[in-house]
Design a protein around this ligand. Structure first.
Ligand code: NAD
Length: 269
């Protein structure tokens, strides 16, 4: 039975995002998987959740009935239809959390029929406890709700609060950002192979280098430009590589990628 610290958590939309949050939450020990539920028609998706102990129902209605906190994790295009269908069951007794990109609190409130809502933009590294998430509170969400969702997403990574106006930019940066870095890892590993390394070693070195650089950026207290300057000695190897990145428009490509994804997010609502 749910206590003040534990609660029943339900996912409407048993896709990749829901799975990575559910896996992260159960791995962290914040909630046992038996407190988590979802529903899906496809056996493949059902198996993905039941394999780590999550209850899998046949219908969304059963998920809502079983949950104190409901995470809406369907694609943005179907959020309205799903909420309108479930709205008779969505009372203020149940905190509704949406992770759908581009769908605003005011629309969620209208379709759900109440304002006890929190909008969160997480990312898929939640599956390994390293999500970067941002939340914004609906008008009826309480301090307790903020705390509960802060610890839920805090159990699967880091979470910040921001004004809803920032959400398209957040989506473009941290929501979509893992894909940019996967490409960087793949390309760095290809570079290693091109320079003579075995594929496995190249891939592991590229991945650990990204992890290490991110840890330095988060923990050293230094500006990334300073960290870069510190590893670029005169006429050295690193500055030769940096020069090629600048020639290839690396900075501009990343800036444009974030802005393009943010713009796309603003067209989804
Ligand atoms: P996904 O396609 O993997 O998952 C969506 C799931 O919802 C699918 O399994 C689909 O079958 C199911 N579904 C469709 N209609 C349904 C209905 N009526 N009732 C119940 N389930 C239904 O997509 P995803 O990548 O997991 O994205 C889900 C949400 O998370 C999106 O709104 C997206 O904007 C948001 N999000 C995703 C990421 C990401 O990196 N994938 C990051 C941040 C936010």
């Amino acid at each position: 039975m749910a206590t003040a610290e534990t609660f029943n958590l339900g996912f409407i939309g048993a896709g990749k995002m829901a799975e990575s949050i559910a896996r992260g939450v159960s791995k962290s020990g914040l909630l046992p998987p038996s407190y988590i539920s979802t529903a899906h028609r496809s056996q493949h998706r059902r198996d993905a959740f039941s394999s780590f102990g999550v209850k899998v129902f046949h219908h969304n209605i059963e998920v809502v009935e079983a949950s104190d906190v409901i995470i809406l994790s369907v694609k943005p295009q179907v959020v309205k239809e799903v909420l309108l269908e479930l709205s008779p069951l969505l009372s203020e007794d149940k905190l509704l959390v949406s992770v759908a990109a581009g769908i605003k609190l005011k629309d969620l409130q209208e379709w759900a029929g109440h304002g006890r809502l929190i909008r969160v933009m997480p990312n898929t590294p939640s599956a390994v406890g390293e999500a970067a998430s941002v939340m914004t509170l609906g008008e009826k969400a309480s301090k307790e709700d903020e705390k509960r969702i802060g610890s839920l997403f805090g159990a699967i990574g880091k979470i910040w609060i921001a004004n809803e106006k920032c959400f398209d930019a957040v989506t473009g940066l941290s929501g979509s950002g893992p894909a940019y870095i996967y490409i960087a890892i793949e390309a760095m590993a290809d570079g290693g192979v091109a320079a003579g390394l075995p594929r496995d070693l190249a891939f592991n070195l590229a991945s650990q280098t990204v992890l290490g650089a991110a840890a330095m950026a988060m923990k050293s207290g230094k500006h990334p430009a300073q960290l870069k300057d510190e590893v670029a000695s005169p006429a050295g190897t690193t500055i030769a590589g940096v020069r090629e990145l600048e020639n290839g428009g690396f900075r501009a490509a990343l800036i444009n990628a974030v802005v393009a994804a943010a713009n796309r997010s603003s067209t989804l609502s």
